[in-house]
Design a protein around this ligand. Structure first.
Ligand code: AMP
Ligand code: MN
Ligand code: MN
Ligand code: MN
Length: 286
């Protein structure tokens, strides 16, 4: 059974600053409708949305916005994501991290344009950049362009056939190694949380190995309250976290109001009697 419960915290969501569909004010409006009191904005490789929201006073009074990001990383050659909770998003160190990710994404975009054009697609670079703005282009923006220009029938299809793991668009990107990503997060005062461990197509043995490496590098949190995660996997992850004295985190991984099965603020209930990343976040911000 996959039971998603409405929570008053969401520690994983996206805005237009990465591949989310909503701009920050619309995202906060939705959070208010859902009676969410705490939100961590975890755009891919950037916290520009957090800074813009504070600077422009977009955050409503009854919502607490916490700084975060979801960092692209690599472990044993596999692309994985690490959620950075509570990093100092104004520090020069972090701003440099963001700049490096933009450079990596630009390089990858160039390569993606090349391989996809070679495969026969017609790609309007400026249109893709417009879709991606204000951030750099990522694969979902290319997928959206392909759908818009009727070259593929859906974004899911674009990923399955062209952009996803093992396809021609799965071009090698120079993401930092897991250990480096974790070190970066810790040096910026944040907590490193391994994002959606069920989505890497790992056996439980491999998953354990990844958690060992992650924890040895200083990683402290595991997302175990995720939409669409098999309950057996959740149980396994909670056990793994408890055995290592790690925190449990989670969230909706909200990207778009058009995804019917994935809603902001809805995800499986936090397990009882565990250390929760949200409590760490709250203590840190007080
Ligand atoms: P990128 O940041 O360019 O590596 O793109 C990764 C993003 O693509 C993820 O954060 C998801 O939002 C999206 N994504 C990954 N796999 C799929 C898929 N199979 N279908 C639709 N979107 C996907
Ligand atoms: Mn995404
Ligand atoms: Mn992710
Ligand atoms: Mn995400």
């Amino acid at each position: 059974m996959h039971v998603n419960v409405k929570q008053d915290w969401d520690l994983h969501c996206h805005s237009q600053f990465s591949d989310g569909k909503l701009d920050c004010p619309a995202l906060f409006e939705l959070a208010q409708e859902r009676e969410i009191s705490h939100l961590v904005l975890t755009d891919h490789d950037t916290a520009a949305g957090y800074r813009a929201s504070i600077e422009n006073n977009w955050v409503p009074d009854n919502l607490t916005l916490h700084p975060g990001a979801e960092l692209s990383s690599v472990w044993k050659g596999r692309a994985i994501h690490v959620v950075a909770l509570g990093i100092d998003v104004y520090s020069e160190g972090w701003l440099e991290v963001e700049r490096q990710y933009v450079i990596r994404r630009e390089k990858r975009f160039e390569r993606l344009l090349f391989v996809l054009r070679r495969a026969g697609f017609e790609l309007d670079e400026e249109n893709i950049r417009d879709i991606a703005a204000p951030g750099p282009p990522a694969r979902p923006h290319i997928a959206a362009h392909l759908v818009e220009t009727k070259q593929v029938k859906s974004s899911a299809h674009a990923f399955k056939k062209w952009l996803g793991r093992g396809c021609i668009g799965d071009v090698k990107s120079q993401w930092p190694e897991l250990e480096e990503t974790v070190q970066t997060i810790i040096s910026l005062g944040g907590m490193a949380v391994i994002a959606h461990p069920h989505r890497y197509n790992l056996t439980w043995t491999k998953c354990k190995e990844m958690l060992d490496d992650f924890n040895a590098a200083g990683g402290q949190g595991i997302e175990a309250s995720c939409v669409g995660m098999d309950p057996n996997m959740r149980k396994f992850l909670v056990e793994q976290a408890t055995a290592r004295d790690m925190y449990i985190s989670g969230g909706s991984d909200f990207h778009s109001p058009n995804t019917s099965w994935l809603k902001l603020g809805y995800f499986p209930q936090w397990p009882r009697q565990v250390k929760l990343a949200k409590d760490w976040m709250l203590a840190r911000s007080q």
